[in-house]
Design a protein around this ligand. Structure first.
Ligand SMILES: Nc1ncnc2c1ncn2[C@@H]1O[C@H](COP(=O)(O)OP(=O)(O)OP(=O)(O)O)[C@@H](O)[C@H]1O
Ligand SMILES: [Zn+2]
Length: 728
């Protein structure tokens, strides 16, 4: 019998250690999926280590330990590669989570339901879909570890590593535009790096419309041409269909799969299998795709690398962008981080030479960036008493009308969905608060509901004020739904459309709506962030940020960086067609026009903006000049949450060696932006270390001590550590 150390998803902080030992008749290779008993359940695990030499274990007191037996190995599947195990180990360690939790959470959920026979069926189905010969039926009984390893290797070679004969000849040669000189330079630098002993991480800083996607396509083409696989990450699911289409057109006859949360469980498993077995040449996906095993990985692209959605916001709060850099090093694959507005972290790495900076400063063709107009809302004429100001200042409305007359499109960006962010009573000043959260409930007019965007609590809009019975309750402020209504009124005859999370709930609607925009069936498009990223709109010549200020008035030190990126991205949707570029405009309505970010925006000067922000960060000792972790917790009562955080701080101080006590800074526990959600008070405490290793050393001793501390603080319902937190 063999002893296998297996990673299983034990409850968080159960104190069971990282892996559990089981016995098996075969020494299954590390990375093999197994079904094992856990308590009364049967669960999926990943073999982490197989020990040939220690069949009889004994406890510290000398009595033999009785190990539970592995129920079944999913031997039809080649083991997950060592690089996958290494990436998962690193993620667990760095982000302070249990190994098994990370390992299991990044596998397709469908795998948990399958036994080996079921898995074999899926594999057969996949082979049939790909027109491949069925794999040899793996022997169920294995005789020795050596035979097992040999067989695994055999299966791996047969299934995974051999490139498959794909009917490339039948496919029409795709159209490839000749590269611009900038693209050419960038690409030469990238392709040269494929031969490097240790390929670099590249930061591709290319203005919007400079043709970054074309660079990704060519780099992927190079990777494929040398028999490797390419992994391309995008921030949002809604960008995958478009990119998928561009890649599919460019690589006819190649197998391309996508991985994102919008797929059905069965699709996700199929695509993951195709990648893991090496059948897929290209994998396109959102952040979860960073964990997709790829036996021939040769290139990782992270598009819009600055985008916050690369950070997972629950469970293991990993940054897929940062893990891409790590994975590239691990698997010796070049990494390309692309953005028109890189994160200041990546930008700083490029300045210090840790990343290789590649620049594309010109738009493709004769394209120029839109002229930026900042409207000072303080100087706009005041509306009559009791009325709200119009959504668009008069000069902006006139500019939109002009576009409509010319048959051009305008895009109005408002990052707030619903009709109005709050309803209020004109008599007693009642407001539509959420009873469970410290937030307003948003008025959605279409279905006449009040909805909390934090806990989901939804009610019909009351006919009269719940407090005083007054019938006159009014919307305050403006969301996309209301903006759409107001634009339809202000622009009679215009075709106004709206794209946000509410209009795109049904599968396929987003694609339809975008197609209508591309086809020119829309004059004025209203949307949230969703429409500002990545889209290659050819008819848009005016983009307006209707109310961007709210993004600035938060305590988060990244607020200006984020708003600048959002506005640059949004502006980047205008004038993408060279012919119309010269008359394209980006309008910004703000009551703080003096903010330096608007001056930089007007000049499209990312470098200057980044330099000034970095100086401020350096002076304030904020990232990237320091490293942060955030301890969050929730309790019914705020005092309980605060006491826990204070106790955790004292504990951390006691764990730090005396000479480092002054290096690590603990901020006071504070409520986050929304302090109460679904009835629980949230509090958080920021820990700041001068270097990553120092902070990591503290976390490595601190986190394991927190479960015991929590049990002394009875009211704590949840706690978690967020390493490199993005929103504070
Ligand atoms: N070498 C080229 N010759 C002609 N057209 C090109 C070339 N490269 C890219 N294009 C076209 O230019 C447009 C903009 O390119 P692309 O979408 O790749 O820009 P981008 O840098 O990714 O922009 P964004 O950051 O705004 O998403 C696309 O329509 C693309 O097809
Ligand atoms: Zn709520």
């Amino acid at each position: 019998m063999y002893r296998l150390a297996v990673a299983v998803d034990t409850p968080q902080h159960a104190g069971l250690g990282d892996v559990l030992d089981y016995e098996a008749a075969d020494a299954w290779a590390p990375g093999t999926l197994v079904r094992v008993p856990l308590g009364k359940r049967e669960t999926l695990g990943v073999v982490w280590q197989a020990d040939d030499d220690a069949p009889d274990a004994s406890a510290a007191d000398g009595s033999p330990v009785v190990l539970k037996a592995v129920i079944e190995a999913l031997g039809s599947l080649p083991p997950l590669p060592p690089a996958w195990c290494a990436l998962v180990s690193f993620t667990a360690r760095y982000y302070q989570r249990a190994l098994g939790e990370v390992a299991l959470s990044v596998l397709p959920p469908e795998l948990r339901k399958l036994d080996d026979a079921g898995l074999l069926k899926r594999l057969r189905k996949l082979d049939k879909a790909l027109g491949l010969l069925p794999p040899p039926a793996p022997k169920r009984k294995r005789k020795s570890a050596a035979a097992e390893v040999a067989q695994a290797a055999e299966i791996a070679t047969e299934l995974a590593v051999e490139p498959h004969d794909t009917p490339t000849t039948a496919a029409e040669a795709p159209q490839r535009p000749p590269l611009t000189p900038e693209q050419d330079t960038v690409l030469a630098s990238l392709t040269a790096d494929f031969n490097a002993a240790q390929p670099a991480c590249h930061l591709l800083h290319g203005v919007t419309g400079s043709g970054k996607t074309e660079v990704y396509l060519r780099a992927a083409e190079h990777a494929l041409s040398i028999g490797r696989q390419a992994l391309v990450l995008v921030p949002e699911i809604n960008l995958t269909p478009q990119l998928e289409q561009r890649f599919a057109e460019r690589f006819p006859g190649r197998k391309l799969v996508s991985l994102h949360s919008g797929l059905t469980a069965a699709q996700r498993l199929q695509n993951w299998l195709a990648a893991h077995l090496g059948h897929a040449d290209l994998v396109l996906g959102t952040r979860l795709a960073i964990f997709c095993p790829l036996p021939r990985l040769g290139l990782i692209v992270v598009d819009e690398e600055h985008d916050p959605s690369y950070k997972q916001q629950d469970g293991a709060r990993y940054s897929a962008r940062d893990l891409a850099v790590y994975r590239g090093r691990l698997e010796r694959a070049p990494v390309v981080l692309g953005s028109a507005t890189p994160s200041l972290e990546s930008w700083q790495h490029a300045q210090t030479g840790r990343y290789r900076l590649l620049t594309m400063a010109q738009r493709v063709g004769q394209g120029v960036l839109p002229a930026v107009r900042i409207i000072d809302m303080k100087t706009q004429p005041r509306p009559p008493r009791g009325q709200e100001p119009p959504a668009l200042a008069p000069p902006l409305l006139a500019a939109v009308k002009e576009r409509i007359e010319r048959g051009e499109q305008s895009l109005l960006f408002l990052n707030r969905r619903g009709f109005a962010p709050v309803l209020h009573c004109t008599a007693c000043d009642w407001k539509s608060g959420c009873p469970h959260c410290s937030a307003w409930r948003v008025f959605h007019k279409l279905d006449r509901t009040l909805r909390c965007h934090h806990c989901g609590f939804t009610e019909r809009v009351p006919r009269a004020c719940p407090d005083c019975g007054n019938q006159d309750i009014q919307p305050m402020g403006r969301g996309t739904e209301r903006l759409e209504e107001q634009m339809a009124e202000a622009l009679p005859g215009a075709r106004v459309a709206r794209i946000d999370a509410d209009t795109t709930r049904l599968k396929g609607t987003l694609e339809q709506q975008l197609a209508a925009v591309h086809a020119g069936d829309v004059d004025v498009l209203i949307g949230t962030q969703m429409v500002t990223k990545g889209h290659d709109f050819r008819r848009v010549t005016l983009v307006a940020a209707v109310n961007p200020d709210s993004a600035l008035f938060t305590a988060d030190f990244r607020a200006p960086e984020r708003l600048f990126a959002t506005l640059m991205q949004a502006g980047g949707r205008a004038g993408r067609d060279a012919e119309a570029a010269a008359r394209s405009e980006m309008w910004v309505q703000t009551s703080v026009p003096e903010h330096p970010l608007f001056a930089a925006l007007r000049k499209h000067d990312f470098d200057a903006f980044a330099a000034s922000q970095l100086t401020e960060r350096d002076m304030a000792g904020l990232p990237p000049f320091s490293h942060l972790a955030l301890l969050r917790c929730e309790a019914r009562e705020a005092a309980v949450a605060e006491d826990f955080l204070k106790a955790a701080r004292d504990l951390a101080r006691s764990l730090l060696p005396a000479e480092q006590l002054t290096d690590v800074m603990f901020y006071a526990p504070v409520p986050p932006h929304v302090a109460k959600v679904a009835g629980f008070e949230r509090r958080q405490m920021l820990v700041e270390g001068p270097t990553r290793p120092l902070l990591q050393r503290l976390l490595a001793v601190w986190t394991p001590a927190l479960p015991a501390l929590r049990s002394q603080h009875k009211g704590i319902v949840r706690w978690a550590i967020d390493v490199d937190p993005l929103s504070i």
